[in-house]
Design a protein around this ligand. Structure first.
Ligand code: GDP
Length: 329
């Protein structure tokens, strides 16, 4: 394999990161053999929120729980086998419970908040939580500074989770704003991971609200341009639709075609020549020539990451193809 860096939100990118983790583990001779291969996941924190006095990082938790093997994969968030006593009590007290936190999940937030209050960075705390749960990969927040994604709907501005979870992203997003982004800086850990990578993979996450905030951290995209490693993206749009979430509707709202080619175009307009490769689903093979005309080489693969086998195979295919791509930037 290689030293792989994945940029991810909580769902599509997280599943692909899991695929890389599985593929790396399968490629190792034994538990002590790191083999020069490793995985770093740089995770969106624009979705973070303060709730019950706690710092909640939903995308980081999804990635960590998934790679620790404790995510409720059917529900798509939270812990498997979760109990809900704390939520029931909070409800009795009249506290807001639209953003649901199970008992175990709440413990994660308590621990994170306690460590942050003690002066630890989000990067350090994330590393501690992931290590305690047995995660092999390095999970890094995109930055340690507070960045809050806000969404404008017709009725006004909402915090990201109010739009996404409370109102189930039913209202069309008219505008996305990243509060605090101008003051954010990439961490030493993020810069080192990008500089040392053999391959950078932009996961099949929402380009607007998951990948967008990561690439917008001042200096981070420049580091990707300067990095020796090829940069490839995987399309979250398959056969003209998002597998989950509002990425397709958000793409339509920008006036760009809702397709894998539209995603490639969106990235090409915002970050010209950043992507050396672009991965589309087999059902979108006909779009390959149009995407290559934008710059990146195209890999056609099965990108529906239903089970562990599919994820690991997709990850292996991407590495085998991606590491030797020529850099455009
Ligand atoms: P969030 O943080 O939960 O919003 O999740 P992400 O932004 O990481 O992921 C949402 C995106 O993942 C959606 O646009 C989906 O289309 C995409 N997605 C989810 N599962 C898959 C999959 O199996 N394959 C591909 N190609 N995309 C997926």
């Amino acid at each position: 394999m290689a030293r792989v860096v994945v940029l991810a939100g909580g769902t599509g990118g997280a599943k692909l990161a899991h695929g890389f983790d599985l593929a790396l583990a399968a490629g190792r001779a034994g538990p002590g053999d790191a083999g020069g291969d490793d995985l770093t996941v740089i995770v969106n924190t624009g979705d973070d929120l303060e709730l019950h006095g706690l710092h909640v990082s939903p995308d980081i938790d999804m990635v960590v729980y998934l790679l620790a093997g404790i995510l409720d994969r059917e529900r798509g968030w939270g812990l498997a086998g979760e109990t809900w006593s704390a939520a029931a009590m909070l409800e009795r007290y009249g506290a807001p419970t639209w953003f649901r936190l199970g008992d175990g999940d709440l413990a994660t937030q308590v621990r994170r908040t306690e460590r942050l209050h003690a002066g630890a960075t989000l990067t350090a705390v994330t590393g501690e939580l992931a290590a305690a749960l047995g995660v092999r990969a390095r999970i890094l927040p995109m930055c340690d500074d507070p960045v809050r994604t806000r969404i404008r709907i017709d009725a006004g501005w909402l915090d990201f989770q109010e739009w996404f979870v409370r109102r189930r992203h039913a209202d069309d997003a008219r505008e996305v704003r990243l509060e605090g982004i101008a003051r954010a800086r990439p961490t030493r850990e993020v810069m080192a991971a990008i500089g040392g990578a053999g391959l950078v993979v932009v996961g099949p996450s929402n380009p607007f609200v998951s990948i967008g905030p990561i690439l917008a951290v001042p200096g981070l995209a420049d580091a990707l341009y300067a990095a020796p490693a090829p940069v490839v993206a995987v399309s979250p749009i398959v056969a003209g639709r998002a597998i989950k979430g509002p990425a397709d509707r958000m793409l339509a709202a920008t006036g760009i075609e809702v397709s894998a080619a539209g995603v490639a175009q969106y990235y090409a307009e915002r970050y010209p020549r950043l992507l050396d490769g672009f991965v589309v689903d087999r059902s979108d093979a006909a779009l390959a020539a149009r995407i290559e005309a934008l710059g990146p080489r195209v890999l056609v693969a099965d990108t529906l990451m239903t089970g562990d086998g599919e994820r690991a195979r997709l990850a292996s295919e991407i590495v085998a193809w991606g590491v030797s791509l020529a850099r455009l930037a």
